[in-house]
Design a binder for this molecule. Structure first.
Ligand code: GDD
Ligand code: MN
Length: 377
């Protein structure tokens, strides 16, 4: 055989094992579930060339160790271990982009999603009947009985808001279980938010009705081991995503959170000023300085907790971050006053000048905090 033929033969041999379906599974503290899901995938996907990519955010329970062990036994299993980052959406995006099959599914590790739907979802994509297939709890035949009352009504409310605000026409845009054509996903990927939980909603909203979508019903099961990582912060994430999409991504989710935190800072400032003047009997300048100081501090804490929780500063880094934040905000104050002055100079309308200054301040603080306080590592 000549060399060219040999190469072709090798390639065709290799392509027999090339996956048609990549399953991306985000994990955080899912040690007990990884092997179980793998076993279920093996059964459900018999006869299909598949791979599974677990994306683990450096789980304290060392989930990634279990995945590595599996990967050594089965080449179809891969592990992405992310350090210094958190977030479901970001993990899914990274997993999808690190895989190669023409079709990609996203599903949870805790066996709440029904893997036996995968072949059906795949054939819908392969036949061209759909570009996106959603595992839906809210169409005929699907259910989310494992939800408690509180969670069920929260989920229903969020779904309604998403539908109305963003014009989404899907029954279950909050589902964490879906399959999509790779080429379509790669087109959308640069516009998706890596923050938050709602990757599917983001995909749908970003595609603006351009994705041929089909929903298949499934029953949202009970979590097998471990606990849910969704907390009350998820509601804020959700609102931020809706607002970001409403403004056509001009305003990012993070900026919105940062500005909201800034808004709370105003109240803290005024409250402290009041106490400084009336309770502590401080002269005005000192009370005002104290107000600013306390407000900067609470803003920092809230931003570290909320706005930048995916890259939260911990331990000693908190102290360094806090001082950097004081510095950034102090310079921001000059920018604020400077802009307000020059606007007032041209157009002596106090509220317009004040608002322009405040906007300048928050934009400055946001941009500089991203560079110097919560730097991407
Ligand atoms: N890598 C990574 N990083 N994975 C995460 C993170 C994270 O920060 N947070 C959660 N996960 C993983 C979990 O390990 C699990 O495999 C999956 O993401 C879903 O997380 P759960 O904590 O089990 O979420 P849930 O069951 O409350 O919510 C699920 O159902 C919702 C529908 O009501 C998720 O699928 C949501 O996306 C979905 O909206
Ligand atoms: Mn779950």
């Amino acid at each position: 055989m000549n060399e060219a033929l040999l190469v072709t033969a090798e390639i065709s041999q290799a392509s027999a094992a090339t996956p048609v379906l990549s399953v991306v599974v985000p994990t955080f503290n899912e040690r007990e579930n990884v092997r179980k899901l793998y076993g279920k995938l093996q059964v459900a996907l018999k006869g299909i060339a598949w791979e599974v990519v677990y994306v683990d955010d450096n789980s304290p329970d060392t989930t990634w160790e279990v995945v590595r062990e599996l990967a050594q036994q089965d080449g179809r299993v891969r592990c992405i271990r992310r350090i210094g980052r958190r977030g479901l959406s970001g993990a899914c995006i990274e997993g999808i982009l690190a895989s190669c099959a023409p079709y990609v599914a996203v599903m949870d590790a805790d066996l709440q999603h029904d893997e036996t739907q995968l072949p059906k979802m795949l054939s819908l994509l392969q036949s061209g009947a759909a570009e996106l297939v959603i595992g839906s709890r809210y169409i005929e035949g699907g259910s989310a009985d494992s939800f408690n009352k509180h969670r069920a009504s929260a989920s229903a409310l969020a779904t309604e808001v998403a539908k109305r605000a963003l014009g989404v026409e899907v029954a279950d845009p909050m589902s964490g279980f879906f399959m999509i054509r790779r080429d379509r996903f790669e087109q959308l990927a640069p516009k998706l938010s890596t923050q938050g939980f709602k990757i599917l909603l983001d995909v749908i909203a970003t595609a603006r009705g351009e994705l041929k979508t089909v929903e298949v019903p499934y029953t949202f099961g009970s979590r097998l081991h471990g606990e849910s990582k969704l907390d009350s912060m998820v509601a804020l994430d959700f609102l931020g995503l809706v607002l970001a999409k409403l403004t056509n991504d001009v305003v990012s989710l993070r900026f919105l959170l940062f500005a909201m935190v800034g808004g709370t800072g105003l109240f803290v400032h005024l409250g402290t000023l009041f106490i400084g003047l009336n309770v502590l009997d401080l002269p005005f300048a000192e009370a005002q300085g104290l107000g600013a100081f306390i407000a900067m501090t609470t803003n920092f804490i809230l931003n570290n907790f909320l706005t930048y929780r995916d890259q939260r500063l911990k331990g000693f880094a908190i102290l360094g971050g806090l001082f950097a934040f004081y510095l950034v905000c102090s310079v921001g104050l000059f920018a604020n006053v400077g802009v307000a002055f020059s606007v007032y100079d041209q157009e002596p309308i106090w509220w317009l000048a004040g608002a322009a200054g405040a906007l300048m301040g928050v934009v400055w603080n946001y941009a500089m905090s991203g560079l110097f306080v919560w730097r991407k590592r």
